[in-house]
Design a protein around this ligand. Structure first.
Ligand SMILES: NC(=O)c1ccc[n+]([C@@H]2O[C@H](COP(=O)([O-])OP(=O)(O)OC[C@H]3O[C@@H](n4cnc5c(N)ncnc54)[C@H](O)[C@@H]3O)[C@@H](O)[C@H]2O)c1
Length: 258
């Protein structure tokens, strides 16, 4: 039996590709034949991922990008068209956590940083990507890595929950407009706990926020691997999901089913 790669002839941008789920998504997309633009703020780790992929026979270029900076985001989208002449898939994956801060303990600085990276960055990237995809006969696909924190109240702090709920709303609006009246699908993934480097950023957990999360059974929640999320991202990028638009796929091992 001949197995065909699912993303042959596709060009994909993956943000936050230097670590965790972004890295796993980049590797999976490369295996499926996509040509990649990989973006991250961490230049050193990003270069390692690109080396790994190209040494394995994949096609990838990188651009150091701060998702909170519009000029960076615009340059990232442009790199796909200047390098490969097209952009078919945008994966807005880069994101940060917020130490589970309950709203009374959220500083303006924390609020603005989390919203800028987790929501405004994906908005700016989607806007720029759509302008390219609209002019392509084949349209395109946008995948936003949200979180179960984008569907439920106590899977992160206030800023994280607001940013990820916002990202789910952005996804549905893109789907309802550019999917319904165009050829651009948009879907989100809502992972539960996944073993990545993001946990290292929890250096000053908020007692009240932590208590609220613990009350959801987080201590005994299943822990996923980045590759399990990458499999969902391959599905959403490929024609296997051609009738899936505006959805949020939970991949949480059943944590929120309890
Ligand atoms: N790990 C989990 O349990 C979990 C659960 C649900 C959702 N998520 C979401 O998954 C996404 C990926 O997270 P991960 O768990 O793989 O974390 P990770 O920390 O392993 O990887 C995140 C990557 O994003 C990059 N990044 C951070 N700020 C950036 C910026 N301003 N511009 C560009 N890149 C930036 C980091 O350098 C890092 O390489 C995030 O959006 C996160 O909110 C994670």
């Amino acid at each position: 039996m001949v197995m065909t790669a699912k993303l042959t002839n596709k060009v994909a941008i993956v943000t936050g590709a230097a670590s965790g789920m972004g890295k796993a998504i980049a590797e999976a997309y490369a295996r499926e034949g996509a040509r990649l633009v990989l973006a991250d703020i961490n230049a050193e780790s990003l270069a390692q991922v690109v080396d790994e992929i190209t040494q394995g026979g994949g096609t990838a270029t990188s651009i150091v990008t701060n998702m909170a900076q519009e000029a960076d985001v615009e340059a990232m989208i442009k790199q796909a068209t200047t390098t490969y002449g097209q952009l078919d898939i945008l994966v807005n994956n880069a994101g940060i956590m917020d130490n589970f801060k309950a709203v009374g303990n959220v500083t303006d600085e924390l609020w603005q940083r989390v919203l800028a990276i987790n929501l405004t960055g994906p908005f700016m990237a989607s806007r720029a990507a759509i302008r390219v995809m609209e002019d392509q006969e084949t349209g395109g696909v946008i995948i936003n890595n949200a979180s179960v924190g984008g569907l439920f109240g106590a899977r992160g702090g206030a800023a994280y929950a607001a940013s990820k709920h916002g990202l789910v709303g952005l996804t549905k609006n893109i789907a309802a407009t550019y999917g319904t009246f165009g050829n651009i699908r948009a879907n989100a993934i809502a992972p539960g706990g996944v073993a990545t480097n993001i946990g290292n950023s929890i250096t000053d957990p908020d007692p009240l926020g932590g208590q609220a999360i613990a009350a959801t059974g987080s201590q005994t929640a299943p822990m996923g691997q980045p590759e399990q999320i990458a499999n969902v991202a391959v599905f959403l990028a490929s024609d296997d999901s051609s009738f899936v638009n505006g959805d949020v796929i939970k991949a949480d091992g059943g944590w929120t089913a309890r």
